[in-house]
Design a protein around this ligand. Structure first.
Ligand code: NAY
Length: 293
């Protein structure tokens, strides 16, 4: 029943040099990521700058990615969390029509909504299609953790299949998992995937998987094989990379890294900008480091 389990790149978005959605850059980036051997793609999430794109652009992106991935057999999860339920449902229905395998959504966070409003949002979104829905716990993005009992109630809703847990509260992760063992658990912090995997995550979804997908597939295998020293070795490489990204900002640094390997995906959309002056040179140097190479 954990049909979506596995390792997914939180796919980034291709923009033109002037910041418009760029279908051909999106296609090239998607083809690159598909070659990493991951389970699939998580399309239109935070890593895809979805908070900075409008619904039309996200609908178009869903289409471009579905077309590229069709022959590949990769699983596709569409992130459809928008400020309003209406837009979320519109994206969800489009994804279902395009053959996506699952949905995911940030909790509503554009206002300080009540727990009931959050729960109602997930209930209505889950009921809008037949696709399994993955809840998203990400306090660094929403500014607010969802309380354990609320998450449990949401996991009990029809069509809600699991959760993408992007928080360092590993005890909460474990309590949730033990109380709802049938749900599918994705861990969302790349740099500590080992911890989530060791505590029973069924897979991961992450930004740096776009570039280092093979590493995360190997990390997940090492955890499954109970090979702790191999898992630690691989996690260390991921940590060196994420540490370097924190200096540039994660998404600007990822885009600089892709530029360095010849997969141009444009700038990040304003107001998101690199935190350092020569992010390109910084990321080129990072990719040359022996542990990353
Ligand atoms: C998405 O696109 O919604 C995500 O997958 C998010 C996962 C990322 N977390 C956030 C808050 O963006 O991959 C992580 C994160 O970028 C990475 O661990 C570096 O901190």
């Amino acid at each position: 029943t954990k049909t979506l389990a596995g390792m997914y790149a939180a796919l980034m978005t291709g923009l033109t040099d002037t910041g418009d959605f760029d279908p051909s850059r999106q296609k090239a980036l998607t083809e690159y990521v598909l070659r990493q051997g991951l389970t699939g793609l998580y399309v239109g999430g935070s890593s895809g700058e979805s908070g900075l794109l409008n619904a039309e652009e996200l609908l178009e992106q869903q289409q471009v990615v579905a077309t590229v991935a069709e022959a590949d057999g990769a699983r596709l999860i569409a992130h459809v969390g928008m400020p309003s339920l209406r837009d979320s449902i519109r994206l969800a229905r489009n994804a279902e029509k395009l053959g996506y395998h699952g949905l995911s959504a940030l909790p509503p966070h554009s206002y300080p909504f009540s727990d009931e409003e959050v729960e109602d949002y997930y209930r209505d979104l889950a009921a809008a299609t037949d696709l399994p829905l993955i809840v998203y716990e990400v306090p660094v993005r929403t500014g607010r953790p969802i309380a354990l009992p609320v998450l449990q109630r949401i996991l009990d809703l029809p069509n809600v299949a699991g959760i993408k847990f992007t928080s360092t509260d590993l005890f909460k992760f474990s309590m949730l998992r033990r109380s709802r063992p049938k749900a599918t658990y994705f861990f969302g912090f790349d740099e500590i995937y080992l911890a989530g995997g060791a505590l029973g995550a069924d897979g991961g979804i992450g930004t740096t998987y776009n570039l280092l997908g093979r590493l995360y597939v190997a990390l997940d295998r090492a955890i499954a094989a109970r090979d702790l020293s191999r898992a630690q070795e691989l996690q260390d490489v991921s940590q060196v990379f994420v540490e370097a990204l924190l200096e540039t900002g994660v998404l600007p640094g990822m885009k600089a890294a892709f530029r360095a390997i010849g997969v141009e995906c444009g700038p990040t959309r304003a107001p998101m900008t690199p935190r350092m002056k020569d992010a390109d040179a910084h990321m080129r140097a990072v990719l040359e480091r022996p542990e990353i190479k």
